[in-house]
Design a protein around this ligand. Structure first.
Ligand SMILES: Cc1ncc(COP(=O)(O)O)c(C=O)c1O
Length: 421
């Protein structure tokens, strides 16, 4: 028997522009007020808000279908297993992986990258070998490799960026050499918005037989991703940035690589046979999913993917692109506002500093106006070092944001400037 959650109307794919007002009604939190003002939520690169269908899915599974997965013969366990494996199939289709065995449920991008570092890395990377990353990586695509280097004697090499926040592709080519064992690069930078030329990176790395891991934490919710067309070897993303729950994410890996990798953690579900002498590991993907997984969160991630598919990622990308263009144009007219990250190819992230005002003060004052932005180093301290700023203000857009919200942000920034004048 296969089980399905209650059918809910999903938005119907339609040509741009999106009917944003209708979509906003799907997100209960957008009706909230903050300090008596309507919420303007522009912290989407950090985490997105959740549509009602995702919230309802969580509640429905706990109320009607919940049990542990893969272990029981009883009806609820079978239902939960069906829903959980159904979510895996939705993820597979969403990123166009060739098979479900290549979709590993993890806690998020961070865990996915640590998994690759500690299994693929430990098995294949040794003293004198090199791992190639870039200046614009999130800490979660830096620190796991530093830890691996400390364990193995491998070296981290870093591709530089230019003042627009674009990768220096000549330097990339120069750094790729016979010692390179892995390229790990962010698809879209959370601190700058830069969308990297990942196809060229993958093609060049593969010409030398070097596998490529893409950190898709920012890209997955903002552009269509096809792991087979890209031919990336690993792709990592997080559910909570994709309108789904936190605590669930995905590591995609090519089957041949995953098969050859040792397991990450030991425990239940990842084994086929255990004796005190020897343990035989389970097949993919379970070999990498020790212990009870985030069952309901995985199922609700599937619901979030249904929601996105109902709108269409290409339409979302177009809408967000228009918002970014409008915000960038308005920002250009604010004296003392300095945009950090002006790459040719950018996702919907506007990072900036204001002369004489610390980003944290900007964030606090905007919050008083009901506007949620992020102020800080965005877990990308090397980017801050490169641009010689302690932090930036970051507004990041999602499918439910509007031009009016961009106007609110810009008017709010003007007010901040007046306070500090
Ligand atoms: C580019 C990038 N990589 C990795 C991460 C880490 O994601 P998570 O905290 O969901 O594991 C983030 C989160 O902000 C990110 O933006």
């Amino acid at each position: 028997m296969s089980i399905a959650l209650a059918q809910r109307p999903h938005p119907i794919a339609e040509p741009n522009p999106l009917d944003v007002e209708r979509l906003r009604a799907d997100f209960p939190i957008l009706g909230e007020t903050v300090h008596g003002r309507p919420l303007v939520y522009l912290d989407n690169a950090s985490s997105t808000q959740k549509p009602r269908s995702v919230i309802d899915a969580i509640s429905e599974v706990y109320q009607r279908h919940y049990s542990n997965v893969h272990r029981g013969v009883h009806t609820l366990s079978q239902r939960s297993t069906d829903l959980f494996e159904g979510a895996r199939e939705k993820v597979r289709s969403f990123i166009n992986a060739a098979r479900n065995q290549e979709v590993i449920f993890v806690r998020g991008t961070t865990e996915a990258i640590n998994l690759v570092a500690q299994t693929y890395g430990r098995a294949n990377i040794g003293a004198g070998d090199e791992i190639l990353i870039t200046t614009m990586e999130h800490h979660s695509n830096i620190v796991p490799w530093q830890m691996l280097c400390a364990q193995t004697g491998a070296r981290l090499q870093v591709v530089p960026i230019n003042r627009r926040g674009e990768l220096d592709m000549d330097a990339f080519e120069g750094l790729l050499n016979d010692r390179t064992r892995l390229v790990a690069v962010v698809h879209m930078s959370n601190a700058l918005g830069t969308v990297n030329p990942v196809q060229a990176i993958i093609d060049q790395a593969h010409r030398r037989g070097v596998p490529v891991l893409l950190d898709g934490a920012q890209s997955a919710a903002h552009m269509p991703v096809d792991v087979q067309a890209l031919d990336c070897d690993f792709f990592a993303f997080s559910g909570h940035k994709l309108y789904g729950p936190s605590g669930i994410g995905v590591l995609y890996g090519k089957e041949a690589l995953l098969k050859a990798m040792p397991p990450y953690q030991g425990g239940g579900d990842m084994i086929r046979q255990v004796t005190f002498d020897k343990t035989e590991y389970n097949e993919l993907p379970y070999k990498f999913e020790a212990g009870t997984p985030a069952i309901v969160d995985a199922i609700a991630l599937g619901t979030a993917i249904d929601y996105l598919n109902g709108i269409g990622l290409a339409a979302i990308a177009e809408h967000e692109h228009q918002l970014l263009a409008y915000a960038t144009q308005r920002a250009a007219h604010i004296p003392g506002l300095n945009v950090i990250g002006t790459a040719q190819d950018k996702g919907a992230i506007l990072s900036f500093t204001l002369e004489r005002v610390h980003p944290h003060d900007v964030g606090t004052l905007l919050d008083q106006l009901g506007i949620a932005i992020r102020a800080g180093h965005h877990c990308a301290m090397p980017v801050m070092d490169f641009f010689e700023v302690p932090a930036t203000v970051r507004a990041s857009f999602a499918l439910y944001n509007t031009r009016e919200e961009v106007d609110c942000l810009m008017d709010g920034i003007q007010q901040v400037i007046e306070v500090f004048a």
